[in-house]
Design a protein around this ligand. Structure first.
Ligand code: DAH
Length: 320
């Protein structure tokens, strides 16, 4: 149905509405019949208008070209009503994570879902051909782009963008929550797509002790209980020294005294990483950390299988 036809129906309706006024000139015994007829005509017109409007809307929606490059600022046509939907539990938890870090004075930066070799490896002090690159077995596009295997890809960008804070005598304190991708053998504790949160802090006088304090505070706030922490030496090319950070298993999940779970990797930012962002490592020091959000949430709710998050299973989602 064309727009002209729709306009015609609307003007018919207007004319019909005007005719209602005639009711006062109609003899009393005929008024009921007149009213019935008018109402029937009106209902038929209203129905035809609704149909015509729906058809006009459909013809306005251009079919999607799925091969076209993404245009993130284009409005998305509404194919499905979102009324019955709800927020994914991971996003609700991510909001909590962000809120805690914001309360602690951190700014939040969003990462990219397609990155490059420089940010994934070179800017993080992974030498070319170094076996540490193999630990991040991820995907590549034919053009050589990389869906990031960790949120650390954002370190160089954050450091460069916030260097002005240091010039102004302030610190850099940023967290980067985001989606990461790995070429994993998927099982109950491994997913190809998951979420991480990266933290970056730089100042003239920060120490490893400050970092452990911040992390402990974060986990205690998130799990709403006092927690013991423990660390052990680790290896990451972008930190020196590097640590693996563990927390006591939360009591609500049957954790016993002395039972620790590894939550993230962290360390003092390697001088080369600072240098590559134009920050003088003889003046400034920094620490950084990165850990999985899915694992954090699983531990909070006692979930046994990480695959539920990406599964779209309604039974699982409705539990939240
Ligand atoms: N990006 C690392 C990973 O996903 C975790 C990590 C370790 C992040 C040490 C850091 C860090 O910022 O300093 O395995």
């Amino acid at each position: 149905m064309s727009m002209q036809e729709l306009e015609k129906l609307k003007s018919d309706l207007k004319a019909l509405n005007a005719e209602y006024a005639k009711i006062k000139d109609i003899p009393a015994e005929k008024r009921a019949e007149f009213g019935r007829e008018m109402n029937a005509k009106k209902n038929a017109l209203l129905e035809a208008i609704a149909k015509a409007e729906e058809a006009a809307l459909e013809s306005e929606i251009e079919p999607l070209d799925i091969t076209a490059p993404t245009a993130p600022n284009q409005p998305i046509p509404e194919f499905l009503s979102a009324e019955g939907g709800s927020k994914h539990p991971l996003m609700t938890e991510l909001d909590r994570v962000i809120e805690i870090y914001q309360m602690m004075g951190f700014d939040v930066v969003e990462p990219r879902q397609l990155d490059d070799e420089y940010h994934m490896f070179d800017s993080l002090n992974f030498p070319k051909g170094h076996p540490a690159r193999d630990g991040y077995d991820t995907f590549r596009t034919e053009e050589g782009y990389i869906p990031p295997a960790h949120t650390s890809t954002m370190q160089n960008r954050v450091l460069k963008a916030c260097k002005k804070n240091l010039d102004e005598g302030k610190n850099i304190a940023v967290v980067v929550p985001g989606r990461v991708f790995r070429n994993e053998d998927v099982d109950t504790t491994h997913e190809h797509t998951f979420y991480q949160c990266e933290g970056v802090y730089v100042s003239k006088d920060c120490t490893l002790g400050n970092m452990l304090g911040i992390l402990r505070e974060f986990f205690e706030k998130y799990y709403e209980q006092k927690l013991d922490i423990s660390t052990q030496p680790g290896y990451f090319p972008f930190t020196e020294p590097s640590l693996e950070f563990k927390i006591e298993k939360p009591k609500a999940l049957g954790g016993k005294k002395g039972e620790f779970i590894e939550m993230l990797g962290c360390g003092m930012i390697h001088p080369n990483v600072l240098k590559m962002a134009g920050i003088d490592p003889t003046i400034y020091h920094g620490f950084a950390w990165g850990g999985g959000i899915d694992r954090l949430v699983m531990l909070r709710y006692g979930l046994k299988d990480v695959r539920y998050f990406e599964s779209g299973k309604l039974n699982f989602l409705k539990e939240f």
